[in-house]
Design a binder for this molecule. Structure first.
Ligand SMILES: [Zn+2]
Length: 414
């Protein structure tokens, strides 16, 4: 470690020398200004930059426009250090640790792993700035996708492509929930919903006919945004993953209406499947309401109804629910709502048919995604996010998970 520190110091000194830009030749002391006139050379100015080797000093020409008074450092653009005190290499590290764990944890990792002293705030600001930049790039791509201006993604044909959608709450600062109703009547909301989507492929099934997800084929995308905005986002992700050349297309989700609206809009030719376990949960809720504190009756009721659900006999299930007579008004309404839920989703619950095609019928992947992509980073105790901050970190986290983080830096260099 001592030798490493010494090497860093020596390296930083050498780098400072390399970053001493020469003054321009006498006949090259003006450059164009954005206002259309000419900016003039002023003496060299230097600023400290934290690099992978530690603090260095960069000394470069400054140009000032006498007309509009805006100044510029062309060298800063060339080095990708415009308006920042951190080199691209250090920013890459800060973004990486910032998406992984709480910012304070990232600060300590920077010290331990890279021997660099930074503040917690620097980890936060840099990670969020990079995340916001990635998100802005995605929005540009989304605009192109909406205008059907995306390049065709060439590649192997995809046997089965899945698109899954889900929502999960993230705790936010008070100003982000103003005027929004909470889950319980009369209580203010203190979370905002992140909409998360994933795309994965399937080529094979096992000897029993159960589907096998292609290894490492899952990519995620998500944000706190409206269903309409999210619909475009997940459409882009599916497009990138080869939606247009998939032989079989599947959209899966729970019963949330927004999911199916977006599925209809962006993936009209896909097979739609409602998560079996989600349907099963609905049955359990009904069982508990119908037979409170009577486990034996609950189990008997579930056995019959669960079998109908798993066998795709949704019409039988619905008419059974509708035939329940009760004088309890609230219970009656609850059961009618459940019957409506199954009726509305009947075609999405033909499980024997889906199994025959070796398709998945559960949405475990997206639920795991909600935990690892969002919960593990954004739902730790004492965390309260701004929408802007959470969206930036989520963009960064998805980019990293999807294996596109280095592409981002490659594109910046270009
Ligand atoms: Zn100017």
């Amino acid at each position: 470690m001592a030798v490493r520190s010494a090497m860093h110091q020596a390296g930083a000194a050498a780098l400072t020398e390399l970053l001493r830009f020469a003054a321009p030749a006498a006949d090259q002391r003006t450059i164009p200004c954005s206002c259309g006139r000419q900016a003039h050379y002023h003496p060299q100015r230097s600023k400290p930059i934290l690099t992978a080797l530690g603090k260095v000093e960069v000394s470069r020409p400054y140009y000032l426009c006498p007309d509009c008074h805006s100044g510029q450092f062309p060298a800063d653009i060339e080095l990708d250090i415009e308006n920042t005190e951190y080199s691209p290499g250090v920013r890459r590290m800060l973004a990486m640790v910032g998406q992984e764990a709480p910012f304070e944890h990232g600060r300590r990792q920077m010290k331990l792993l890279a021997d660099l002293e930074v503040t917690t705030k620097a980890v936060e600001r840099t990670a969020e700035a990079i995340g916001a930049d990635i998100a802005a790039g995605e929005q540009q791509e989304i605009q192109r996708a909406v205008q059907l201006d995306l390049p065709i993604v060439v590649g192997e044909p995809v046997p089965i492509l899945y698109v899954l959608m889900d929502g999960t709450g993230v705790p936010v600062v008070r100003k982000e929930t103003e005027g929004r109703r909470g889950k319980n009547e009369g209580e203010p909301a203190h979370t905002r919903e992140v909409k998360l989507g994933c795309v994965f492929t399937q080529t094979k099934w096992d000897v029993k006919g159960y589907p096998i997800r292609d290894l490492d084929s899952t990519t995620y995308t998500g944000a706190i945004e409206t269903a309409e905005e999210f619909g475009k986002r997940i459409y882009l992700e599916a497009w990138k993953r080869g939606w247009s050349r998939a032989a079989k297309k599947v959209v899966m989700g729970d019963g949330s209406e927004w999911i199916w609206n977006q599925a209809q809009l962006h993936f009209p030719d896909a097979t739609q499947i409602v998560d079996l376990y989600h349907g099963s949960q609905h049955l359990w809720e009904s069982a508990r309401k119908l037979h409170p504190n009577d486990e034996v009756s609950q189990n008997r009721w579930i056995m019959i109804h669960q079998a109908w659900l798993e066998n795709g006999k949704i019409e039988t299930l619905v008419s059974s629910l509708r035939s329940i007579e009760t004088s309890h008004a609230e219970l009656g309404m609850k059961i009618r709502t459940e019957a409506d839920y199954f009726e509305k989703n009947a075609e999405r619950m033909r499980y024997p048919e889906f199994r025959r095609q070796h398709l998945f019928v559960g949405t475990g992947v997206i639920e795991a995604g909600c935990k690892t992509m969002i919960g593990a980073r954004c739902k730790r105790s004492g965390m309260f996010w701004t929408v802007r901050g959470a969206n930036a970190i989520l963009a960064l986290r998805c980019c990293q998970f999807n294996g596109r983080f280095e592409d981002y830096w490659e594109a910046r260099r270009a």
